[in-house]
Structure formats: C-alpha cells, structure tokens
Design a protein around this ligand. Structure first.
Ligand SMILES: O=c1[nH]c(=O)c2[nH]c(=O)[nH]c2[nH]1
Length: 301
C-alpha cells in the first residue's frame, strides 16, 4: 500500500563548547558550536517494523559528538564535521551516509587596557560560520562552508537603473540609494576521497573563510554597485580566485529596502531625492537575489 521513500534521523541543536588552555602563555581560546547530525542507511525497518536494533540512538549521536570533540581538534569546523561524519559511516556497517552541520558562534577576544585579554570574550554580532559535511560510505566526503547572518549597510555607492520597464513597473530608477543585506555566502569544496585528504587541507579552510569574509566586506564597500546581482557575482569571482580547492561560490542576499519619506505635506519640508535624510526601513517584503558561480567550462546555469 505505502512505502518509505526517504528517511534520515539524528540529533539537532547539540550545543558544544571547547576550551584550549595554552600552558606556556596562560592564554585560553574558546569555541562554541551548534551541531546537527543526520544518518541514512539500512534503517527502513525502524520506521516500518518498529525494529529499533538498527537505530543508533540520537542520544548516542550527541554523546559521540562530545567524545570526538574531546579526542580531536574542533577547529577548523570543516575538519571536525568530517571527523564526525566519517566516524558514523565507518563505525556502523548499516549506516551509509552521515550529514553533519556545524554552526560556529562568535566569541571575539576582549581588548582590556589596550591588550588582548587572556580569557574574556564578547559576541560581536550574530554572524555565524556554517559548515555542512556529508560522509558517504566508500564515496568520499563533500564539504560546504559558509557565512550567514552578516548584516551590512552602505548609505551611498549603490544604484539601480536601466531595468525592464512595462505597464507593471512603478519603481523609479535610482543613481544613489541605500544598500543593505544580510549576507549568506557559501563555497563548495572539491570532494575529498577520505578523511586524511580533509586533514591535509589544514589551515586552508580558515584561510578560505577569512578570504570570503574579507572579499564580501571589501567588495560591498568599494564597489559602485549597479545592482545586487552584479556585486554578488564580483564577490563569487574573487572567492574562486582566492581558494583553488573551491569548486563553486554562492550568495543569497536579501535586498533590505529603505524607503524615502515625502514630508512636503508638513510646511513643505524637503526630504526626497538629494534632500532625503530620514528614511523608513522596511522589514518586508524584501528582494532576494541568489547566484552560484563555478569555474569556466565546469557548469552552466
Ligand atoms: O539590485 C537590485 N536588483 C533587483 O533585481 C532589484 N529589483 C528591485 O526592485 N530593486 C532591485 N535592486
């Protein structure tokens, strides 16, 4: 009558904190993460026949993350995600695929009396680093890295004109507008044949994250943006140039609108065009512009 066509299960929102204490300097470093693990394999009977013998309990998955965090470095998160995923497909014969998503939260070292403090940190914004690893039994490990919730705004240096006009078009062209977005940016690594290949990448995961972040912020600020589309394409292009092991780069950018307010009804107050100073930030609707860019010859739209 019916059949199971898709199944995966695991533990979401595993909260994890790890401290590294440098005995030589007395400096401590901290990492805080939220992990999701999802397993696939020969688990059908647990759904269809209540056969729990094939279930690696979600609590076991959580305990495994804690144990692996104690036994291994948790940074870069790409490597830690690969270690967790690899563990599940190698430990359980009937588990063939493991998805591991790690969100790293920001703890930025405090500067106190002009010096980096040895053990105090603050949250400098809601920006997160997001890593997704998929370990497939006998078929390598794929890794996607990214940045999310990075809120930026520029008060000028953005235009939008020359777009299609017809009887449905009301939007005026503009040569000077506010541009604001919450950056979601990602990059897909080449597939790694085994865990040792991921380990060999070493510091290049962090370097790619730093480069992508810097490219995003620098291009956002410096580009005389003709559109969100063109600016995000320039960002992708630079990420591909900066990270040779990356196969594609992508962005998903909401266009967070700021509307001019006509105040001329009040004593002829001038607040539009070149006189605009007070704006109404819009929470919705927002534009949403997305793209993925690969190296030439590899893929088409
Ligand atoms: O950069 C933009 N791209 C669009 O596609 C678009 N559409 C729109 O209304 N404003 C904008 N801005």
């Amino acid at each position: 009558m019916s059949q199971l066509t898709h199944a995966r299960y695991g533990k979401d929102n595993i909260r994890l904190y790890k401290v590294h204490r440098d005995a030589a300097t007395g400096t401590q470093s901290v990492t805080e993460m939220t992990i999701c693990t999802l397993l696939e394999g020969d688990i059908e009977t647990s759904y269809t026949e209540a056969d729990n013998s094939v279930v690696v309990a979600t609590d076991t998955q959580k305990q495994t993350c804690y144990i692996l965090a104690k036994q291994n470095p948790v940074t870069p998160p790409e490597l830690f995600a690969a270690i967790i995923g690899n563990h599940f497909v190698e430990t359980y014969k009937h588990i063939h695929k493991a998805h591991v998503r790690i969100v790293t939260h920001r703890w930025t070292r405090l500067t106190v009396d002009g010096k980096p403090h040895p053990h105090s940190f603050f949250r400098d914004g809601e920006e997160i680093r997001v890593v997704e690893a998929v370990a497939r039994e006998g078929d390598g490990i794929s890794i996607h890295s990214g940045i999310d919730k990075l809120l930026v705004l520029k008060s000028t240096g953005s235009a939008f004109h020359g777009f299609n006009r017809d009887e449905y078009t009301q939007l005026p062209e503009t040569w000077d507008r506010i541009l604001s977005t919450e950056v979601e940016c990602g990059w897909q690594w080449k597939t790694f044949a085994r865990l040792q290949e991921v380990q060999a990448v070493g510091s290049r995961f962090d370097e790619a994250w730093e480069a992508a972040r810097q490219i995003t912020l620098d291009t956002f600020a410096k580009d005389s943006s003709p559109s969100v589309q063109n600016t995000m394409y320039k960002m992708c292009d630079q990420i591909l140039a900066a990270a040779p092991l990356v196969e594609s780069a992508s962005y998903s950018l909401p266009n967070k609108h700021y509307f001019e307010i006509d105040l001329s009804w009040h004593k002829g107050l001038k607040n539009t065009g070149k006189d605009a100073e007070v704006y109404a930030p819009q929470s919705n609707p927002n534009g949403l512009i997305q793209c993925t860019v690969t190296r030439k010859g590899k893929s088409k739209l």
